[in-house]
Design a protein around this ligand. Structure first.
Ligand SMILES: C[S@@+](CC[C@H](N)C(=O)[O-])C[C@H]1O[C@@H](n2cnc3c(N)ncnc32)[C@H](O)[C@@H]1O
Length: 306
């Protein structure tokens, strides 16, 4: 593929995950975007490589949105609109990072769950999907679930104990309405602020798709990210060591942090943090820019240590 000088080069494998910041939509707690030209080049490569599905939500984040995405008032008004659309047209609303990433994360996570249960080495990108019966014992909590559609992908794979929380009442009303329409009323949806959670249960698997990103975009994003890790460590059941078969873990998908940044944040940000890197998705499309290669979306699994 011929690209203009200085444009992003797409490549097939994710060697370093260095990268969400290799193109300019990445935010640093509301910092300024890079040159518009870089965005145009990135978008042009994404279109050319067919990767736009993965990035459809992130690429629209204009500078003006970078702090409002951290505000509950933004989400309340977003879900009020999405509810209206759902009731008027049956539209289920935004799928963050697109359907392809959503399915990839669910399948990868299902393989990871099955691999940990059987003590087989982690290689969740390969091999057949586990039998649904291998997944029924996993209690799953999706934090910042929005319309809850991420959990549908887990349900289709065989997970049965599924709960989604969101601090926006409109999101939860929408999630319940969509699940009922799709015959998935067994999925539980609750209004809950993750940073001041009222949940008393602990879960074997906690998932986050885009929520840490949103929390980090609050004007006080840095301190809220610390609160996030404290809350999450209460919600994921204490696990064991990597060699154990009885593991409990967290899967975070982000478009604002690279895999290495997420690992650094989860494992080093405070002494009492309880997470250890397990694995990350390597199959997302990657880009090369200024000698740096990596993927625009990062998905990382963390073990909750005992
Ligand atoms: C980028 S959206 C992602 C929605 C959903 N996870 C998905 O993948 O479609 C971020 C979501 O996090 C929710 N959220 C942000 N901060 C939250 C908090 N402190 N507690 C609960 N939900 C929160 C927002 O209401 C919004 O639904």
């Amino acid at each position: 593929m011929e690209l203009p000088d200085g444009a992003f080069q797409a490549s097939d494998d994710d060697l370093s995950s260095v990268a969400a910041d290799s193109w300019s939509v990445r935010s640093e707690y509301g910092s300024v975007l890079d040159a518009d030209e870089l965005v145009r080049q990135a978008e042009s490569v994404i279109e050319t490589t067919g990767a736009q599905d993965s990035y459809s939500s992130c690429k629209d984040e204009e500078e003006s949105l970078q702090s409002v995405l951290g505000l509950q008032s933004h989400w309340n008004s977003t879900y009020a609109d999405e509810l209206n659309n759902f009731y008027a047209h049956g539209d289920r609303g935004e799928i963050w990072f697109g359907e392809s990433v959503t399915d990839t994360v669910a399948r990868w996570t299902a393989r990871l769950c099955a691999a940990t249960s059987t003590g087989t080495p982690f290689n969740p990108a390969d091999g057949p999907l586990p039998a649904p019966s291998d997944l029924t014992g996993w209690s799953v909590l999706d934090v910042g679930t929005g319309n809850g559609v991420f959990l549908h992908a887990f349900y289709r794979l065989g997970f049965t104990d599924l709960t989604g929380i969101d601090y926006s009442e409109g999101a939860i009303e929408l999630a319940i309405a969509i699940a009922q329409r799709n015959g998935l009323a067994d999925i539980k949806f609750l209004v809950d602020d993750l940073l001041e959670t009222n949940l008393k249960e602990q879960y074997r698997l906690v998932t986050d798709k885009g929520t840490l990103d949103a929390i980090g975009l609050h004007p006080e994003g840095q301190s809220r990210r610390l609160l996030y890790w404290k809350s999450i460590s209460q919600l994921v059941a204490p696990g064991g060591i990597l060699a154990s078969r009885d593991l409990f873990f967290l899967v975070v998908t982000s478009c604002n942090k690279t895999k290495d940044e997420l690992v650094n944040e989860a494992t080093n940000a405070a002494d009492d943090f309880k997470f250890e890197y397990m694995d990350h998705i390597r199959s997302y499309p990657t880009f090369r820019f200024a000698g740096v290669e990596g993927s625009r979306v990062s998905t990382v699994a963390f073990l909750r240590k005992a």
